[in-house]
Design a protein around this ligand. Structure first.
Ligand code: NAI
Length: 299
């Protein structure tokens, strides 16, 4: 098995001041990457800021013999995104890897959620991913090389009570990746998704303590590092990772049913009658882009 090596590569990890991002940054640096450690240093619900979060991780990387610089910008503004990418270019001259990992939580049942909680979570997860990815993607286009990993969540993929804002934002990230895998293809930019399961401050009061202790962030990072590496040729793949479990999630489409000769409009009763076949997931198909669906429509 060939060793995954990041010597000569430059990486940005957002939200790397703690939790998963810290571990991704440290492991990338151990394998030779020069790392921009971004973190705003706020609370779990996105309040406040502090330089110490990013500074500590930079010190840790340097004390292990690695190379890293801090960045304290907010991912959720275009200026922040530009500045994070500029930090990589100013310090190391290029950018090969972006891990969009920064995140906050503001849970609420849907009936009680207000616009403030909705907007704050959207801002960090979805707009934040956009704000950092845009300048990073342009730089990677110039270099004809890039590897990006976006952080989604099982909350969005499958649903989780009380997380309507967070789940929506995370699925927005999946939609973005579906497009970036196409637009990045000719520039050798591969964009994939991690849906982590790990014991961090985001999950500490959600998961039973025994399980929380077992859910080490270390179990997630290997999948992220592989997706950041040159050997990874996939793009648009969603990987669930936690506690040694790795799997792919994908949007699959059932075989479906044709209820028209392209002339006659089917009735709602015909839809009702065929509901079982319409909703069946037997013999699913995977469409790698929207245009592929036309082959089915033309039948
Ligand atoms: P964490 O709270 O330990 O780490 C998130 C980091 O992002 C913090 O250090 C925080 O300061 C930073 N951050 C927050 N807002 C920021 C902003 N606007 N700009 C820059 N940095 C900012 O939590 P964890 O669990 O390590 O989360 C990492 C990512 O993984 C998040 O995107 C989260 O939604 C996602 N995730 C985590 C899961 C888990 O099981 N821990 C499950 C599914 C997704």
């Amino acid at each position: 098995m060939s060793r995954i090596d990041f010597t000569g590569r430059v990486a940005i990890v957002t939200g790397a001041g703690g939790g998963l991002g810290r571990n991704h940054a440290i492991e990338l640096a151990k394998r030779g990457a020069k790392v921009v450690v971004n973190d705003l240093g706020g609370s779990r619900d996105g309040v406040g800021s502090s330089k110490s979060a990013a500074d500590h991780i930079v010190e840790e990387i340097k004390s292990n013999g690695g190379e890293a610089v801090p960045n304290y910008d907010n991912v959720a503004t275009p200026e922040g995104g530009e500045s994070i990418v500029r930090t990589a270019l100013d310090a190391f001259g290029k950018l090969d890897i972006l891990i969009n990992n920064a995140g906050i939580l503001l849970d609420s049942s849907f009936a009680k959620i207000d616009e403030k909680k909705w907007d704050a979570v959207m801002a960090v997860h979805l707009k934040g991913t956009f704000c950092v990815t845009k300048p990073a993607f342009i730089q990677m286009m110039k270099q004809n090389y890039g590897r990006m990993v976006m952080t989604a969540s099982g909350s969005g993929l499958f649903g989780n009570f009380g997380q309507s804002n967070y789940a929506s934002a995370k699925m927005g990230v999946v939609g973005l990746v579906n497009v970036l895998k196409l637009e990045g293809a000719k520039y050798n930019i591969k964009t994939n998704v991690i849906a982590p399961i790990a014991g961090t401050r985001l999950t500490e009061d959600i998961v039973p303590p025994e399980l929380f202790r077992m859910m080490k962030v270390d179990f997630v990072t290997p999948a992220v590092l592989y997706m950041c590496s040159e050997p990874c040729q996939d793009s648009g793949v969603i990987i669930n990772a936690g506690l040694g479990y790795f799997s792919r999630s994908a949007i699959m489409t059932g075989e479906g049913v044709i209820l028209s000769d392209k002339e006659k409009i089917p009735t709602p009763e015909e839809v009702m009658e065929n509901w079982g076949r319409i909703t069946s997931l037997e013999n699913p198909k995977f469409f790698s882009q929207l245009m592929e669906m036309s082959s089915v429509l033309k039948k």
